[in-house]
Each structure stands twice: as structure tokens, then as C-alpha cells.
Design a protein around this ligand. Structure first.
Ligand SMILES: Cc1ncc(COP(=O)(O)O)c(C=O)c1O
Length: 407
């Protein structure tokens, strides 16, 4: 069976993890701090805080900004549940909006229609690694009429004076928008280093900070670091300094810190990311696109144009003019040919919990259409050319079979 997305673990990673184990320092320490610095240099943000997941990063920013009951946060209907769950954790309302039929990303027109005087944050999601329309989104939150609607409550909301843009860049490390990396474009962006992502730490995530003046991103980094470790004013490393055992708890914080064991993996991954990992993924994307461009039933995903370059995270193929049921039948056929595929994503309003809150997928027709015709193909470091060919042929044969039955 060709797997969907196994991690690439080689001797370099094993050596770095073993070195960390032998160093005697396995929790948040020097390697996490180094990883934060290298990430900041890589994507060009003002500061980076590493955490144990992207989900933790999304929640920390919402908490820091003072999002609470009575507030609204705009999220795309087409995303992973984490993007919306964190909004509910804060007691606020997730306002789902529909996506662009072309690229699966949040529609700026739909954001505009969803903004109210309760909107505190917009969370665009770089689906599959493809950046959202950030110039338009940043212009929208800075539009004088929309700024006038904004009702600041917390000191942070007052200082920003407008809706915060928090990019869910879980998929998009290394992606570019008009030459700039995601992580350097919005007020804050969150990356995921979960085991199936482009750059892994087994589990992990990071917040990239780029808040405008009067904010000092170094100060916000320290505030968020305290929040991520129980509200302690010193982390484990700081407490080991001579005579520095005493600490205080300044708020009831969370337990979201990254370990040095995880950072060790991330350091190796990042050292080869732009020269090795990204080009390999692009090659797989290009192979699939060239193969499927021969078939009239194939809708090739958009992953590069003049302004945007993907991080080539998910190859989201769509089949034209099929139903959800036919898509499922095609997936069954593909798995019978020993190839693992997936669907990204089942829109969040379709999940039973969200449905029980009153959200209805019929209000997000583009998200439903994207979902019902989508099949994500294997993309991973060790996928060989022969395997790419096997995957593509399995997909083509399976589509042919299901479409013939339909006739
Ligand atoms: C779009 C999106 N946002 C957030 C997350 C959450 O990432 P993590 O597992 O690092 O919390 C994921 C994970 O798959 C995701 O796909």
C-alpha cells in the first residue's frame, strides 16, 4: 500500500534527538530558543514563539487579544476543526464564511458581508499551503468604515484599534505572497509541525508575530511565553540559573510549551527545508498536474500564480461533475488499488457538533462543492517517481470505472 503521508526520519534527525537526550536538557530550553530564532530568520517575522501545537498558538493569540463571550471570530467553513474549536474555547462565536470556488480559500467578499460590530478577529486559512488574499484582507480591516465599527474592550484591542488578522498558516510554511513568506504578512500567523505537515517536530507549532506599532513584538513574545507555561514568570531554563529558583505565577496560564526534543527534529527539518523538502514537494505537484492535465474530468488545483507560491502541502485534485457519493466510490476504487488518499476537508459546519449548534452546510455552497469533489493525493519526501506514476494511474483508472458506471 502506498501510504498517504509518512514522516521522513533519517539519521540526521535521529542523531540530533539522541544528542538532545544525552545533553540532559529535554524540555523547553536552548534548542527551542534556537529553533525560534531560525524560524524568525527564515520567514522574516518580528518574533516567534514555539509551542506544542498550532491549535495552542491560535488559542493563545485569541486569549491575548481578549476574545470572549459575545465576540465574533470569522473563520472559513472549509478548514480543520481546530480553527473553529479555539474560538469556542474562548466563549466566542465562530462565524463561518464560504470560500472561493477556485482555490478553496476564504472569500474576501464573504468576509466583508460577515463583519459586524462584534467581530474581533479574522482567521484566514492557507488551505493546502496556498496563501489567502492578504492584501485585500489587510486592506479590509484597515478600511475606515470597518475600523469605525470596531468596539475595543481589552487594552490590546484598544491599542490595535481594528480587527486582528490571525493567519492559520498550519499548512503554509515556506509559501509566498507577493514575494513575502507567510508568517511575515499578517498581525500574527500560526504554523503546525504535526507529523503529517511539511516540516515536522512530531507535534508542535509556532506563532509568528508581526504586530504594528505601538506593540513591541519582543514584549508580546514574553507575555505569550508566560501564558504558555502556567503563567509562570520564569521557564525551566531561567530557573536553573544560579540562585534563580524563586518564581511567581502572574496569571492562570496554559501548558503549551515546545520541548527541546521536538525542536531538535525541527532544527534539522528547517536546515533542509528550502533546498530539499520544498523542491521535492513541488516536483510531486508538477508531476500530478502534468499527468492529470490530459484528462478532461480533472480539475487541477491552483498552487502558483504571479503573486502566490504554495508550500505544496496538500495536492487537492477535484473531479468535475461528480456527486459526493461518486467521489466516495472513486476513493474506494483507489484504495483497492493499494493507494492511500484522503479528503481535505469535511467542512466544519458538517460536523455533528457544529451542526447541532445550528450551522448548516447549505449556507456554504462553494465549501460543499469543493469538499464533495475533492481527493487529496499522497505527497511526501520519500515518494518515488514510480510511486507517483502508480498513484496517478490508480486515480485515473478509478475515475474511469466510476464514470463509466454512471453512464
Ligand atoms: C488548517 C489547520 N489548522 C490548524 C491545525 C492544527 O494543527 P495542530 O495539530 O498543530 O494543532 C491543522 C492540523 O491539521 C490544520 O490543518
Amino acid at each position: 500500500m502506498i501510504p498517504f503521508s509518512p514522516p521522513h526520519i533519517d539519521e540526521a534527525i535521529i542523531r540530533e534527538v539522541a544528542d538532545t537526550l544525552r545533553s540532559g536538557w529535554i524540555t523547553t530550553g536552548p534548542k527551542t530558543k534556537l529553533f525560534e530564532k531560525k524560524l524568525t530568520d527564515y520567514y522574516g517575522s518580528k518574533s516567534t514563539l514555539c509551542l506544542n501545537s498550532a491549535t495552542a498558538g491560535l488559542e493563545l493569540i485569541l486569549r491575548w487579544f481578549g476574545v470572549k463571550e459575545g465576540d465574533e471570530v470569522i473563520v472559513p467553513a472549509y478548514t480543520y476543526c481546530a480553527t473553529a474549536n479555539v474560538v469556542l474555547h474562548c466563549g466566542a462565536k465562530a462565524v463561518f464564511t464560504d470560500v472561493n470556488p477556485s482555490d478553496f480559500n476564504i472569500s474576501v467578499e464573504k468576509i466583508k458581508a460577515a463583519i459586524t460590530d462584534k467581530t474581533k478577529v479574522i482567521i484566514p486559512v492557507d488551505f493546502a499551503g496556498y496563501p489567502c488574499d492578504y492584501d485585500e484582507i489587510n486592506a479590509l480591516v484597515n478600511n475606515p468604515a470597518i475600523k469605525k465599527l470596531f468596539r475595543p474592550v481589552s487594552a490590546e484591542q484598544q491599542a490595535l484599534g481594528r480587527i486582528l488578522v490571525l493567519a492559520d498558516s498550519a499548512h503554509s510554511i515556506g509559501a509566498r505572497y507577493k514575494g513575502r513568506f507567510t508568517g511575515s504578512i499578517t498581525d500574527a500567523a500560526v504554523f503546525s509541525f504535526h507529523a503529517v505537515k511539511n516540516l515536522i517536530t512530531a507535534e508542535g507549532g509556532a506563532i509568528a508575530l508581526n504586530l504594528p506599532p505601538p506593540f513591541d513584538n519582543g514584549t508580546i513574545y514574553r507575555t505569550l511565553a508566560v501564558k504558555s507555561l502556567h503563567g509562570q514568570n520564569k521557564d525551566a531554563l531561567a530557573k536553573t540559573q544560579k540562585g534563580a529558583w524563586r518564581y511567581d505565577v502572574v496569571e492562570p496560564g496554559y501548558k503549551y510549551n515546545m520541548t527541546d526534543l521536538a525542536a531538535a527534529i525541527g532544527l534539522i527539518e528547517l536546515s533542509r527545508y528550502s533546498e530539499d523538502i520544498l523542491p521535492k514537494r513541488k516536483k510531486i505537484f508538477d508531476f500530478y498536474s502534468s499527468f492529470f492535465s490530459e484528462y478532461s474530468w480533472a480539475q487541477i488545483p491552483e498552487y502558483e500564480n504571479q503573486d502566490k507560491k504554495s508550500s505544496y502541502h496538500v495536492y487537492a485534485l477535484r473531479i468535475k461533475n461528480i456527486s459526493e457519493r461518486e467521489r466516495d466510490d472513486i476513493i474506494k476504487e483507489i484504495s483497492e488499488r493499494e493507494v492511500s488518499v484522503n479528503v481535505h476537508f469535511i467542512p466544519v459546519p458538517m460536523m455533528s457538533f457544529y451542526h447541532s449548534l445550528g450551522y448548516n452546510i447549505s449556507n456554504y455552497p462553494a465549501a460543499f462543492d469543493c469538499y464533495s469533489r475533492e481527493i487529496s493525493l499522497p505527497v511526501y519526501y520519500d515518494l518515488t517517481e514510480n510511486q507517483m506514476q502508480t498513484v496517478a494511474e490508480a486515480v485515473a483508472a478509478s475515475v474511469k470505472k466510476v464514470l463509466e458506471i454512471k453512464k
